[in-house]
Design a protein around this ligand. Sequence first.
Ligand SMILES: [Zn+2]
Length: 361
Amino acid sequence: MKKIISAVFIAIAVTAYSQDRTENIIIITTDGFRWQEVFKGMDSAIANNPKFNQEDSIYLFNKYWSNDVNQRRKKLMPFLWSVVEAKGQLYGNRIYGNKVDNANPYWFSYPGYNEIMTGYADTAVNSNDYPPNPNMNVLEFLNKQTKLKGRVAAFGAWEAFDRILNEKRSGFPVISAFDSCGGKNPTANEKLINAMLKDSYRPFDDHECLDVFTHYEAMEYLNTKNPKVLYIAYGETDEWAHAGQYRSYLDAGHQVDAWLSKLWKFIQTDSRYKNKTTIFITTDHGRGDKKKEEWMNHNNKIEDAHEIWFAVMGPGIKAKGELKTDMQIYQQQFAQTIAKLPGYTFKADHPIADDIMYLFK
Ligand SMILES: [Zn+2]
């Protein structure tokens, strides 16, 4: 009898341990994707505007429209509004006063990614052309920890990630834009990705590749190199919005959601990741909403472009779904949260905002 009891006790203890602990963390960003679409789905006024609908409002309404807001947002982001809603947490629906914002005063990309990754809304970081980031980022910090050393990697569609994450100093691979992947010994898949990337259509010139390449590079790395900390940064949502192409903007967001679903399926069917991996999904900045054309743009002259959102799901994160309570969270709180999830405390030579772990319980 004693033996049975202790066996049962061990089984419970092992289960509790594996369900409560983040050992791996995957951070995903999709550039400039608005909370308005995440929580309210397609905007019918923008979709009806011939300036923005790429002459295909029928496609847009067939694919993404419902009069019911819950159905509508689920058509656009089916993974967020099924699996993440059921098992994770979604923040930033301002209809309920649930506010997530940039703390930096600029509301564009480099300052936003700096804020996410360093926990410091450094006002000196004021340009997308800013040189290699002097601030230490949380990925760099995690890569210095004994258990995580050499197990950190970042993949970004935009070339600026080499500077934002200070690739030269930080000591982990940052594969951005048209960088080839796989290093000196690429796998067969990496060779194919590199060849296709080289010959691919470049709608954003040389500074940004299409998201599909970044996604497949990251997935191949996840499968073959088994990183414990991975960052994937998609860029098309922002590019198509600047171009005023609402159909492409929504399709890009919808595709990111489909990739999140595939990523989660991979995580939950691979013993190296299953039940010990947390995903953290967010964006670098918001966009306008008040005036007709402002959805295309973002900077501190565009009202509301500081409004962002995030979602989180993984072991030990309580299934709260959409948060409907009044609160204020800042983007600068993400870095310390990313460190705390696997149990570390991020320290650097600059101020770091407090984590929000208390919200996840
Ligand atoms: Zn932009």
